[in-house]
Unconditional design. Sequence first.
Length: 75
Amino acid sequence: MYENSPDHHAILGGCEVEGLYFANGFSGHGVMHSPATGRALAEIILDGEASFLDVSSLHIDRFAKGELLHETAFI
Ligand SMILES: Cc1cc2nc3c(=O)[nH]c(=O)nc-3n(C[C@H](O)[C@H](O)[C@H](O)COP(=O)(O)OP(=O)(O)OC[C@H]3O[C@@H](n4cnc5c(N)ncnc54)[C@H](O)[C@@H]3O)c2cc1C
């Protein structure tokens, strides 16, 4: 089964619950993202944010804010 998020992009990062982090909802392209996901999530857990790449647009808050991502080049 594909684990689709509402905008077909990953959910990556922490949330309001301390110590709870998301790296899911890859919507059919999670294998491709996995090396960057691992590095980004490690940096988020250790430093509070990913420094090698800005992944803030993948935060779960985007759904509550209505800031869904639009990408036409996914399967
Ligand atoms: C048919 C198909 C084709 C795909 N093709 C591609 C592709 O070509 N390229 C690409 O990049 N991506 C592809 N994907 C997507 C990719 O496989 C996923 O995005 C990726 O595997 C997600 O990795 P994950 O570690 O987040 O989750 P998963 O690989 O789903 O791993 C989650 C793990 O958690 C376990 N689990 C679940 N609930 C619990 C629980 N309560 N307690 C303990 N363990 C639990 C599950 O058993 C599973 O082992 C495809 C997906 C599908 C279905």
